[in-house]
Design a protein around this ligand. Structure first.
Ligand SMILES: [Zn+2]
Length: 137
């Protein structure tokens, strides 16, 4: 693949993700906030295989982490990787789509590290669910 400019990479990452955070499924359409382009491996290359779309909450909480503690086992595990893992294998929406539940050690650790179920986000989820805009189908 030819080298893409950063602007081309950003556009490709947004389109590939459907403008949804690849960790928590927050929609750019709903929030109106600019999404971030996350480096899955923070020391990796600027290539599509190492990039994912992330909301600000997830990206700023993840920072440079690639591992986190699974709250069930208290052991470190790899964070969910949107390029190599399948979202629905690791996560499911519960409580009418307001709370994200981890189905695997990686899913649970990612939810904790990225603070996906923090109160203000859950409150926003409730409004989005009420509006029929969340969770994405
Ligand atoms: Zn997110």
């Amino acid at each position: 693949m030819p080298n893409l400019s950063w602007a081309e990479l950003v556009r490709n990452v947004h389109e590939r993700a459907g403008f949804l955070c690849e960790y928590c499924q927050t929609s750019q359409l709903i929030t109106g906030q600019a999404m971030h382009v996350d480096h899955i491996d923070p020391y990796g290359e600027d290539i599509l295989e190492n990039l994912c779309l992330s909301c600000g909450n997830c990206n700023l909480s993840k920072a440079r982490a690639t591992t986190a503690i699974d709250p069930e086992t208290n052991k470190p595990v790899l964070l969910f990787n949107p390029r190599s893992d399948t979202w629905s294998d690791h996560f499911e929406w519960i409580q009418q789509g307001t709370i994200l539940r981890g189905l695997t050690p990686s899913g649970r650790a990612t939810i904790v590290r990225l603070k996906i179920n923090q109160e203000r986000v859950v409150n926003a989820h409730a409004l989005w669910v009420f509006s029929g805009l969340h969770p994405p189908s």
